[in-house]
Design a binder for this molecule. Structure first.
Ligand code: ADP
Length: 478
């Protein structure tokens, strides 16, 4: 089997060992072997990015825009093939995987245009005879550490703005999904990125990630992953005064009010809680339902859950693919047990499934009779496990929705303009959804949360420039 290499200082280089990329729907299917970098190679990638930075930061926006456009187009042209690779290595259904690849392409296209929109400010100084101008410059070398759940879209929404605004990149994908990252790197290289401007270093967080976080030549770190790792990265980055941006977990609520359209409520809940196997930081794992609709909603959810097919992501009949790996599956199963022990009532699924192929399949789980203080309602599971919490009325539902240390996304299903408006204003989340699932966002508007979910500047859209650029104020004697 050929070994897929890292890309450092303009060369494809072998690692010190290799990592096997295994299909979670069929563990006999090995996608490829990927080179694992060590600390020294990661340092070489950082040095290459640093050396390339002076020239790249001065390259005109036309050239940068064209590079991003070529990358975006190449991704879109290979949507089907890259979608299949993504579904095979991560396990989301093929339509979701192709959709994610399309999103990655759109993001590069967006920043290809966005870089041409760069503008500064010129204003009179408070001191007569002077002008003051405010412009943006690239930050420098950016380290990117990404998770496995969106193997191409999350790297895209970090790499595209970084390159657009004139930064150099050291990119470390999650160990479980090197395939999409490697394919993206190939596209970026084929599109003509100058040597050293973009580097791919695959390998473990505690080795490769650690060098990126602690190397003083890295000016900024953009991280998406778990709360525990995010906290450590932030502490290390702040310790050496590097800029840092974190996107972490969620325990996102979907509020369903008595006046909701039942079908809309069920579809929002099914999509938000269980699509992509519940492995989205914006997944709605807490369904907060008012008393008047509670029983009808629960009954309709169970009926709808019975229609979902768990299976191989490449099979057209599959709605829900496998859990990403054995460790995550065990964590999901453990949480099902924890919830039962806490007194939550399991009314659907939750069990591991044995299908034709050896994989990490789990029937989606729905709990009722849960309360906000249970661990199942406080800790992120990151799997196809959702709970129903009964609320007395809208005010109680809002209070429950905000009763969490997280604050990424929050949804409400209602026909009341008054309650929807109130919820938009008072929900303590970075993103609020009215009559749409908590997961599923646009790429041209900011993405990010509050409280324990996010830290630092927002990602995506024009707001991405907050992280990827630094502001300069200049005074000129006129
Ligand atoms: P998950 O549970 O989704 O794997 P992690 O936070 O463990 O979440 O992983 C997200 C990313 O952070 C991965 O690319 C992983 O390799 C990386 N990572 C893990 N530990 C560290 C660390 N100590 N330093 C830097 N990066 C790390």
């Amino acid at each position: 089997m050929t070994i897929k290499k890292n890309y450092i200082a303009g060369e494809w280089v072998e690692g010190v060992s290799t990592t096997r990329n295994v299909n979670p729907a069929d563990t006999s299917d090995i996608i490829a072997e990927y080179a694992t970098a060590d600390a020294e190679q990661t340092k070489a990638a950082v040095d290459a990015a640093r050396a390339a930075y002076p020239a790249w930061s001065q390259v005109g926006i036309q050239q940068r825009s064209e590079l991003l456009d070529r990358i975006g187009q190449a991704i879109l042209d290979r949507k089907q093939e890259l979608g299949e690779l993504l579904a095979r290595e991560e396990g989301k259904s093929l339509p979701e995987a192709i959709g994610e690849v399309g999103r990655a392409g759109q993001i590069f296209k967006y920043f290809s245009g966005e870089v041409l929109q760069m503008r500064g400010e010129l204003q009179p100084s408070v001191r007569p005879g002077l002008d003051a101008s405010v412009t943006r410059e690239p930050l420098g070398v950016i380290g990117m550490i990404t998770p496995w759940n969106f193997p191409i879209a999350i790297p895209a929404w970090k790499i595209a703005p970084a390159l657009a605004y004139g930064n150099c990149v050291v990119f470390k994908p999650a160990e479980l999904v090197p395939g999409s990252a490697h394919a993206l790197a190939e596209i970026i290289v084929e599109a003509g990125v100058p040597s050293g401007v973009f580097n791919l270093v695959m390998g473990p967080g505690r080795v490769v990630g650690d060098v990126i976080v602690n190397n003083t030549q890295v000016d900024g770190i953009s991280f998406t992953g778990s709360v525990a790792t995010g906290r450590n990265i932030a502490a290390a980055a702040v310790g050496r005064m590097a800029k840092v941006q974190l996107e972490m977990g969620g325990k996102n609520p979907l509020v369903v009010l008595d006046d909701a359209d039942l079908n809309t409520a069920v579809e929002c809940a099914i999509n938000g809680a269980f699509f992509s196997t519940g492995q989205r930081c914006t997944a709605s794992s807490r369904l907060i339902v008012t008393e008047g609709i509670h029983d009808r909603f629960v009954e309709a959810m169970v009926d709808r859950l019975k229609t979902l097919k768990v299976g191989n992501p490449l099979d057209a009949a599959t709605h829900i693919g496998p859990v990403v790996d054995e460790r995550q599956l065990q964590q999901n199963l453990d949480y099902v047990e924890i919830a039962k022990e806490e007194g939550a009532k399991l009314i659907f699924g939750g069990e591991q499934l044995q299908l034709e192929t050896e994989g990490f399949f789990q029937q989606p789980a729905l709990f009722v009779d849960t309360t906000s203080d249970m661990r199942i309602n406080r800790e992120e599971v990151f799997g196809p496990v959702a709970t129903v919490i009964k609320a007395r009325d809208y005010e109680h539902a809002l209070e429950l929705a905000n009763d969490t240390e997280f604050g990424l996304s929050a949804g409400i299903v209602t026909q009341s303009l008054k309650n929807a408006t109130h919820f938009k204003r008072h929900s303590q989340a970075g993103m609020v959804m009215v009559n749409v699932p908590t997961a599923g966002v646009d790429y041209h508007v900011p993405f990010g949360g509050r409280k324990g979910s996010s830290y630092g500047a927002r990602e995506q859209g024009s707001y991405a420039r907050e992280f990827y650029t630094t502001v300069k104020t200049a005074y000129t004697l006129a």
